[in-house]
Design a protein. Structure first.
Length: 616
């Protein structure tokens, strides 16, 4: 196929995707293209292609690193400071171009695409003004990850790339194996580049808290000490190349690469982290670091896509947890748990032996089996919540043990556009005691279906630029709303403890508003935050400590969950009030998810259009 024919095909497919992204009730009114749509489509497609070049891992994750994009199959993101500066300069020029687009010449759908893209680029450009950290806004799957530190236990080459290569880089042909080797070599370059950035940040005084650095070193140092032949990078290619009947030389070459290049680069990064550890302080808040208060203001805006202040979010979190605890109190009393605070009673409940899985491999296997059962159950209920259904291609896995000490308790990664690679829902099973049975169903609905994996499949039907870009508050607000849908669809009708787990989960996200702003704006100590968190959730201290470690490494991101959830519910109440008997939950949920991942500032426009269309 010629390049011209291919571009025409892509443009046509993208136009169809734009149409399908609209709620059914709105499509008819917007079916005619506006005068500026074609040129804007070309502009956005070009931006999307550049983003794939900047972040090649996303091309692989989406399953499109082939044909004209085949070169991306052997590349990784350039994590050097020079590449980041070039990226920032391109983003600033692109932002000017997007701002100049005449929206009056666009259809509503295309205008939304431009507005979404502009907001994403504006946020990134503002973040790149800080001379430190990692701006993830434009990076696709890591768009939620805006950190003041270039490397943390949550993000960086060591955390990202080995798992990516193992789960998303397919090895079926010699070309795949060659690309794997090229990426392993690029991984070594990433580690070295990050070490240089860590040294630069140390010079600025932008050093992570000492306990965050201890977590990173506690992961990297033992892993480095393992025989290289046993490294996951080596084993993954050895096993998959053998399965594909590829020559044994690939296993030898990846081990040689790791010995000659990756190991020295990992040593270099460990040395940079140790140098930071020597000057680190225990104070958890970003306010303690240079430009920390300004960074937190930006990070709150990036993480919530609102202009609400830390003080406003803190107050809202306190108000909402009080309301949720009142509902939990009633349910706990019905279970005969009447003594103590809600948090104390939930702590007692979490220790009941009959609600726990054994903390061994057999127990972990049973826990994963239980999760798959919850996913199977919710699938049967979703036709009552959505008019347009997707497959929900999903695999549940434990977090790799090599990174579990610093990893979140649960997270998800989207599948490929063509469905050949499933979405992955990861659960941290280092200690199964943090997962009493009643806490697990709502986690499934959040990370899996109808949460992140489900929403990601709708996003994969959008134009490429919209598939690539995402906003933390929408993503996490949708996932919390998905937990709410599980409750509304009757998942807990015969499971009162499961409903307590759901309420605890929602309350936990309200508490995040309090403790994140408490640490970074109100200057709480780590212990003060931990004590308040435990008293108000009753969740295991080990789990909450891990959570706080995360908020200290990535300020403000945790605030996006409840802020997004609150906005979705506000818009649902608005639609219910405006439509009365004509309100249709399935059509409303379609309007939310089919229009794609957007800033909260644009979500109201989408629902207003939905309301107008439903009114006829």
């Amino acid at each position: 196929m010629s390049d011209i024919s291919r571009r025409a095909l892509l443009a046509g497919a993208s136009a169809v995707a734009t149409s399908l992204a609209l709620p059914l009730t709105v499509r008819a009114a917007e079916s005619a293209a506006a005068p500026g749509d074609a040129a804007t489509e070309t502009l956005l497609a070009g931006i999307a292609e550049r983003l794939l070049v900047e972040y090649p891992e996303n091309a692989t994750a989406l399953g499109i690193d082939k044909d004209a994009r085949a070169a991306l199959h052997g590349r990784l993101t350039d994590r050097s400071a020079a590449a980041d500066r070039a990226r920032a300069a391109w983003a600033a020029e692109t932002l000017k171009t997007l701002q100049a687009v005449d929206r009056t010449r666009l259809s509503p759908a295309q205008a939304l695409n431009v507005d979404v893209t502009e907001e994403s680029f504006r946020t990134a450009v503002e973040g790149w003004r800080f001379p430190f950290g990692d701006v993830g806004t434009l990076s696709g799957q890591n768009s939620f990850r805006n950190m003041p530190y270039s490397v943390t236990q949550l993000g960086g080459a060591y955390v990202d790339e080995p798992t990516f290569l193992d789960t998303q880089h397919t090895v079926e042909t010699a070309a795949d194996a060659d690309a794997y080797l090229a990426r392993v070599e690029a991984y070594a370059g990433q580690l070295t580049a990050e070490a240089e950035r860590l040294d630069h940040e140390r010079g600025l005084g932008m050093v992570a808290p000492d306990f965050v650095l201890d977590i990173m070193l506690g992961q990297m140092v033992p892993a480095r000490a393992e025989p290289i032949a046993q490294w996951g990078l080596v084993e993954s290619l050895r096993q998959r190349a053998a399965k594909a009947k590829l020559p044994a030389r690939y296993a030898q070459e990846v081990e040689a690469l790791c010995t000659a290049k990756v190991a020295p680069a990992l040593d270099r990064q460990i040395a940079a982290l140790k140098a930071q550890r020597a000057v680190a302080v225990a104070e958890p808040g970003i306010w303690k670091r240079p430009q920390g208060e300004d960074f937190y203001t930006w990070a709150l805006k990036a993480g919530t896509t609102t202009t609400r202040t830390a003080e406003e979010m803190h107050a809202q979190g306190r108000e909402q947890i009080a309301q949720i605890q009142a509902e939990m109190d009633t349910l706990l009393k019905a279970q005969g748990l009447t003594q103590g605070t809600v948090g104390e009673r939930m702590t007692a409940l979490s220790k009941r032996p009959d609600l726990l899985f054994a903390n061994d491999d057999a127990g972990r296997a049973k826990l994963l089996e239980y999760l798959n059962g919850r996913i199977a159950d919710i699938r049967t209920r979703l036709p009552r919540a959505f008019a347009t259904l997707v497959k929900g291609n999903l695999v549940i896995r434990r977090v790799p043990p090599a990174i579990q000490d610093g990893a979140p308790n649960g997270y998800a990664s989207a599948g490929s556009i063509d469905g050949s690679v499933p979405g992955y829902y990861y659960i941290n099973l280092k200690d199964t005691s943090i997962w009493p049975r009643y806490s697990l169903p709502t986690l499934c609905y959040h990370e899996g279906i109808p949460g992140h994996i489900w929403q990601g499949e709708y996003a994969n039907k959008l134009p490429l630029i919209r598939t690539h870009l995402a906003f933390n508050a929408y993503s996490e607000g949708w996932a919390l709303y998905s937990e709410q849908l599980g409750n509304e669809l009757g998942a807990y009708d015969d499971d009162p403890l499961g409903r307590l787990g759901y309420l605890q989960s929602i309350g936990f996200r309200a508490c995040r508003l309090v403790v994140d702003t408490g640490i970074h704006a109100k200057r709480w100590s780590f212990q003060q935050a931990l004590d308040w968190f435990h008293a108000n959730t009753g969740m295991p201290v080990a789990q909450l400590r891990s959570e706080l470690n995360r908020y200290c490494a990535m300020p403000a991101q945790a605030c996006g969950y409840k802020m997004g959830h609150n906005q979705i519910n506000m818009l649902r109440r608005k639609a219910e009030a405006a439509l009365g008997a004509r309100f249709d939950l399935k059509r409303f949920d379609d309007a939310l998810v089919l229009s794609g991942n957007v800033p909260l500032t644009l979500l109201e426009r989408i629902i207003d259009q939905h309301i107008a269309a439903m009114k006829g």
